[in-house]
Ligand binder design. Structure first.
Ligand code: KIV
Length: 296
């Protein structure tokens, strides 16, 4: 695997300046982080989607700050070079600016993250400004924002009408002037994403299901590698069917154990003849059954 340099904020803006799309994936655990880092993924999002992909909830709402810190720290250990973003879970920033700054600080101090992400537009601008003033790089998230899925009417395209699209353009401008260095647009029409990208100044625009014209692309890892059992969203492409590979491997394991073809001598460890003979002799001389009374 090739050596890579640690990604930095200037490094991300350099990619934008040279017109090279930024690669971004979600990740929640150490071994996957190791693979993503080695593959040269620029940014990693430790998303609160882990509530669904890793913990089996039906939404992201039950995820806590402690869950996020645990997973983000594991990802950081596996990915020392990628730009790791901690996703602020439900109610970790909504109550107040101070709550938002404290919890953003936990991602940096306890998990070693490089940045945080939170959902919402102009109504969250004061949280974004507070976090940015505390010296923490912050990413906004507009369009389909899963923490508000019930208010948005489900996991569906946002900003289809001119009025809804105008609100997203307005929110993007509000987040930029509040100090967001990056905005994720999830499931908004491609032309709205292009418009916001063209208007962005000193702000990186990323797309999740919002077309090709942003500065880079994000995908949920479990969608891209067929690891989420419940559904595959249309916006995702399956780049490799890891789910099928694992299913085949599990079937092979079950048959190998059942048919006694596993384990083989290379999978176990032996004992020297003299040591084994000594063990047998000691069991004859002092049967363990006799000693059992002492441990009862
Ligand atoms: O939690 C997450 O993975 C996210 C994506 C849906 C963008 O916020």
């Amino acid at each position: 695997m090739p050596d890579r340099k640690r990604m930095t904020l200037p490094g991300l803006f350099a990619k934008v300046a040279e017109g090279t799309p930024i690669t971004w994936l979600t990740c929640y655990d150490y071994p996957t982080a190791f693979l993503q880092d080695a593959a040269g993924i620029d940014m990693i999002l430790v998303g609160d989607s882990l509530g669904m992909t890793m913990l089996g909830f039906d939404s992201t709402l039950p995820v806590t700050m402690d869950d996020m810190i645990r997973h983000a720290a594991a990802v950081r250990r596996g990915a020392p070079n990628a730009w790791v973003v901690g996703d602020m879970p439900y109610m970790s920033y909504q109550p107040s600016v101070e709550t938002a700054i404290r919890n953003a600080g936990r991602f940096m101090a306890e998990a070693g993250c490089d940045a945080v992400k939170l959902e919402g537009g102009a109504e969250m601008a004061d949280r974004v400004a507070g976090i940015a003033r505390a010296g923490i790089p912050v990413i906004g998230h507009l369009g389909l924002t899963p923490q508000s899925v019930s208010a948005l009417g489900g996991f569906r395209l946002q900003g289809k009408s001119a009025a809804q699209a105008r609100k997203i353009v307005f929110d993007a401008a509000a987040l930029q002037s509040a100090g967001a260095f990056c905005i994720l647009l999830e499931l908004v029409p491609d032309r709205v994403c292009r418009l916001i990208t063209e208007r962005a100044t000193d702000c990186i625009i990323m797309s999740l299901g919002s077309g090709p014209d942003a500065h880079g692309q994000l995908l949920i890892y479990h969608d891209a590698f067929a690891l989420y059992p419940k559904f595959k969203p249309r916006m995702a492409r399956v780049f490799a069917d890891a789910g099928a590979v694992i299913r085949d491997g599990l079937a092979a394991y079950v048959s190998a154990v059942t048919e006694r073809t596993f384990p083989q001598p290379e999978n176990w460890f032996g004992m020297a003849d003299e040591a084994y003979a000594e063990l047998e002799q000691s069991l004859r001389d002092a049967p363990v059954e006799a000693a059992m009374g002492a441990v009862r």
